[in-house]
Ligand binder design. Structure first.
Ligand code: AGV
Ligand code: CA
Length: 309
């Protein structure tokens, strides 16, 4: 039996790559996708989401629209970048999504999907966690329907990637966008695994990887993903702008958990300046699992294999 998966992403290029990766996994059945308007603008992100479902002949998968906007907005220039995706040759002629405002709101779709599920559901979050927290605040009994939550979030023993005013640089963006919701999610002590910068720092988008992917562009998904990734490397190698396989690494955890090193820790989330959104180890905090390392070569090979179709 494939595992049932709900995905919430926030429309950035690696979020869309993650959605594609999920759709290549034989042991995963995607039963809903919700989009958070964080590292994207919602309308083009819903279009991309729908187009990718079409491309993979999965357009029956229901979509939910995030209407809630977090506390700390992502930079506009990052949010605007994914618009290019919808104009790529393999996507431009696919139908746009129906009226984005006809979709259920994201928390409603999460509640509906969890309620209807006949077995426990895994949840993959590749953006902020507010939609899930809103759903669980409205319907706390649905926590019992959750098998596990995998979330690309946090920075524990490495610097964060938020560089802004009133901030000391310790936070990772998905947590910083809405520190309050993030703190709540951690406090529920659900089976939660974080894929933080501690491990994603090991997997930048590299030229050798793109070069290997390019040798297999006769496969449609290698061609398309090669174009997605090409859009991310203009700013290498400065750390601040290095594009990592953040969300794709979190997504691959669903398929290859045994190739990750994980640690059971107690942690909490700061909700105030100067370190709002910082995830920190804290003996009086909440129990959760963090990934600290991954078999890097195996991971890149896994991607090359999955996109050979
Ligand atoms: O902090 C990583 C998260 C991931 O979910 N996002 C990007 C990934 O989708 C925010 C982010 C950090 N640095 C970025 C980001 C950058 N240089 N460009 C776009 N987004
Ligand atoms: Ca993301």
């Amino acid at each position: 039996m494939p595992k049932l998966l709900l995905m919430d992403h926030d429309g950035a290029i690696d979020d869309l790559l993650s959605q594609l990766l999920v759709l290549t996994m034989p042991d995963v059945q995607l039963i809903g996708v919700t989009v958070t308007p964080a590292d994207c603008y919602i309308e083009p992100a819903l279009d991309s989401t729908y187009k990718l479902l079409q491309l993979m002949e999965q357009e029956h998968v229901p979509l939910g629209r995030g209407d809630y906007y977090g506390i700390n907005a992502f930079p506009g220039e990052w949010r605007a970048r994914p618009e290019i995706i919808n104009a790529l040759p393999l996507l431009i002629n696919l139908p746009k999504s129906p009226d984005p405002y006809a979709y259920l709101s994201a928390p409603d779709l999460i509640m509906e999907t969890l309620t209807k599920a006949t077995e426990k559901v895994s949840i993959l979050l590749t953006g902020p966690c507010a939609n899930l927290v809103l759903a669980l605040e409205k319907a706390p009994e649905l926590k019992e329907k959750i098998q596990e939550i995998v979330w690309m979030a946090g920075a524990f023993r490495v610097p964060g990637n938020v560089q802004t005013y009133q901030h000391d640089g310790t936070a990772e963006w998905n947590v910083f966008w809405d520190p309050i919701s993030s703190q709540k999610l951690v406090s529920y002590e659900l089976p939660l695994t974080l894929i933080p910068l501690d491990v994603t720092n090991h997997v930048p988008v590299t030229k050798p990887f793109l070069s290997a992917l390019a040798t297999q562009i006769d496969y449609r998904l290698s061609n398309l993903t090669g174009q997605f990734w090409a859009l991310t490397i203009d700013t290498i190698p400065s750390y601040q702008y290095t594009y990592f396989m953040w969300d794709i690494l979190a997504t691959s955890y669903l398929a290859m958990p045994e190739h990750f090193t994980t640690e059971r820790v107690k942690a909490n989330v700061s909700t105030r300046p100067p370190n709002a959104g910082q995830t920190y180890l804290d003996e009086s905090g909440y129990e959760l699992t963090i990934a600290t390392d991954v078999n890097v070569a195996y991971f890149y090979d896994y991607l090359l294999a999955q996109f050979k179709r």
